[in-house]
Design a protein around this ligand. Structure first.
Ligand SMILES: N[C@@H](CCC(=O)N[C@@H](CS)C(=O)NCC(=O)O)C(=O)O
Length: 225
């Protein structure tokens, strides 16, 4: 690490609306790390993402995007998009050996859960989310919702089992993996549908909600991305 005291000279810049699950992960991680940051609303009703200036930052025209001081980067500033990669970067840069575990088995255990959130858990629940939140009641497809709920509940049961044997997702301490999974659980349990009580998952999620760093994220009552 070639950053002196490791603290950014300029505040971390975060672009993205808080109604996006992917932005919430990044904001919570930055808050957990105690980083000074400036967040600019972008995406959804805020627009911004289609402007040439934003597309320069993120050619996908999606949120979140960050820009951080990093003396290892060309010009001393580092731009990054992809929410879980941003969480990995901030954790590795500011909390190596802790939020980003040092030993490779522990680190890749965390990496594995982060990829699982993006590639398995999020797609499973996406239809239910889109139907409940983005589709007018008269056009909702109850069979599609039921299939999405069944797929997601099976994954929630898997998480409950994982958390029956350890306090946090990958062991005894909070790691970078807990942010994306807890944000996904937050979105899921706020959908207007019955929820299954899962004692281990619920215990872990309550602990995540009790962290001061999760304020403004896990306490959003309508976390709609
Ligand atoms: N894989 C990307 C997905 C980013 C993404 O799909 N962001 C959504 C919000 S959750 C977005 O930008 N939608 C367009 C918009 O908000 O205008 C990531 O994790 O960062």
């Amino acid at each position: 690490m070639a950053m002196g005291d490791g603290e950014p000279r300029e505040p971390l810049q975060i672009w993205g609306r808080l109604s996006s699950i992917n932005v919430r992960k990044v904001v919570w991680c930055a808050q957990e790390l105690g980083l000074a940051f400036q967040r600019t609303d972008a995406g959804g009703r805020f627009g911004v993402v289609q402007t040439p200036a934003y597309r320069e930052l993120n050619p996908n025209a999606l949120v979140p995007t960050i820009e951080a001081d990093d003396s290892d980067a060309a010009g001393g500033r580092f731009r990054l998009w992809e929410s879980n990669v941003i969480v990995r970067y901030l954790s590795a840069r500011h909390s190596p050996g802790d939020l980003c575990p040092g030993p490779l088995p522990a680190r890749f255990d965390a990496e594995r859960w982060m990829d699982w959130q993006q590639t398995t858990l999020n797609p499973a629940g996406r239809t239910a989310f889109m139907q409940w939140i983005r589709t007018p009641a008269e056009r909702r497809d109850s069979q599609a919702i039921a299939a999405s709920v069944a797929a997601t509940e099976a994954l929630m049961a898997l998480l409950d089992d994982q958390l029956s044997r350890r306090p946090f997702l990958v062991g005894e301490r909070l790691t970078m993996a807990d942010f994306p999974i807890a944000c996904e659980v937050h979105r899921w349990i706020n959908l207007p549908q019955p929820r299954t009580e899962r004692p281990h998952l619920d215990r872990w999620y309550a602990a995540m909600q009790a962290r001061p760093s999760s304020r403004g994220v896990l306490d959003l009552a309508r976390p709609h991305s």
